[in-house]
Design a protein around this ligand. Structure first.
Ligand SMILES: Cc1cn([C@H]2C[C@H](O)[C@@H](COP(=O)(O)OP(=O)(O)O[C@H]3O[C@H](CO)[C@@H](O)[C@H](O)[C@H]3O)O2)c(=O)[nH]c1=O
Length: 346
């Protein structure tokens, strides 16, 4: 693979108007001066063009308003921009919505990934296989492994999933992401398409949609409303600051071996009840007055609620030289500051 210095690609980023995608585009434009970025986004409820307002006028940035399921639009985008890399973030991402409407998740996450793989295969094909240097980076999730017990005797990290663990998805969202991974694997094995997959843990940071727990907690606390915690609030998630995640995705794109999967976890496991307290404390430290009246309301549990996620990330450290570097308190401070500033609270 090219070195970081020699990185001169046209990168097609799908879902670039979303939370992680927009942070990733900003990182690439800032740290890879020779790179061009084509953002392909359907601008659903989860995408926000304003997420990239500051890069819109950058000559190295282009936007295509299209759905990854639209084969003709994807073929056209490949022809027009001739990307040599695809970073595939575009997905329906909210577990609760997948429970309410599983078929949408099947259509977008499985059908969309399959359509994009096919567009890449057609565009990159050449006599000897595929164009030199082309690469497809697929962004997946720790949820494909299924969950782990909450039992504290297992919480020393020794039961954390490695990349070769079987996939046992439990929610329709997780099933759709696992099914997408099956297509990714099939395109690697059958056609030799050079694909790298990353599985990321729970991201947090600026620009996340308010449906997710951390922004929801910030918004509700600032509005003086109780934070709804599903069930007992003991479910554990592993929190990864979005900037660290984006650096991991970039490292996997540049240094990952084709056909390989890399876990990208935050190494910060917290029960939800502790997490919302950390948000409360960060709000308090930032001077958000209403946070003083912070309260939690235990509500009906999410059906099939995964108890705990944990991934072993030694492979990404060894092969990609990647580790998360943002301490949780620092990431939370930056996150809270971004939401408060946007809301004009402080
Ligand atoms: C929205 C909401 C969530 N929760 C709980 C459910 C989870 O245990 C935890 C985090 O929920 P969410 O913010 O929805 O995220 P979660 O279901 O873990 O999934 C996220 O993290 C995954 C990676 O683990 C990503 O693949 C998903 O796209 C992303 O949405 O908080 C609540 O207790 N109350 C809530 O209102």
């Amino acid at each position: 693979m090219e070195s970081a210095q020699g990185f001169a690609r046209t990168v097609m980023v799908t879902g670039g108007a979303g939370f992680i995608g927009s942070n990733f585009i900003r990182l690439v434009l800032a740290e890879r001066p020779d790179a061009r970025v084509v953002n392909v986004d359907a601008l659903t409820y989860a995408g926000c063009a304003d997420n990239l307002a500051d890069v819109r006028s950058d000559a190295r940035y282009a936007f295509v308003h299209a759905d990854v399921r639209d084969a003709a639009a994807m073929a056209q985008a490949f022809e027009r921009f001739a990307p040599d890399a695809v970073v595939h973030f575009a997905a329906e991402s909210h577990v609760d919505r997948s429970i309410a409407d599983p078929s949408l998740f099947q259509s977008v996450n499985v059908g969309g990934t399959a359509a994009l793989l096919e567009a890449a295969r057609a565009a990159w094909a050449c006599r000897d296989g595929f164009r030199a240097g082309c690469r497809f980076l697929h962004v997946s999730t720790d949820e494909v492994y299924g969950d782990l017990p909450l039992d504290p005797c297992c919480s020393d990290g020794s039961d954390a999933f490695r990349e070769d663990a079987p996939l046992r998805p439990r929610s329709p969202y997780a099933a759709s992401k696992a099914a997408a991974e099956m297509f990714v694997g099939a395109y690697g094995a059958t056609y030799g398409l050079p694909i790298v997959t990353v599985r990321c843990s729970n991201n947090y940071g600026p620009r996340q949609h308010a449906e997710k727990l951390i922004p929801k907690t910030i918004e509700r606390a600032c509005a003086g409303l109780p934070v709804p915690l599903y069930g007992s609030g003991s479910n554990v998630r592993d929190w990864l600051y979005v900037q660290d995640c984006c650096r991991g995705v970039l490292a996997a794109l540049e240094k990952g071996r084709a056909g390989q999967v890399y876990n990208l976890g935050g190494g910060c496991a917290l029960p939800n009840v502790r997490l919302v307290e950390a948000v409360r404390d960060a709000l308090h430290d930032a001077g958000a007055a209403r946070a003083a009246a912070f309260s939690v309301e235990h509500v009906a549990d999410r059906p099939g609620h995964d108890r705990r996620y944990a991934m072993n990330c030694e492979k990404a450290a060894a092969e990609l030289g990647w580790r998360p570097t943002t301490p949780f308190e620092e990431g939370m401070r930056a996150t809270v500051a971004w939401y408060l500033e946007r809301a004009g609270v402080v």
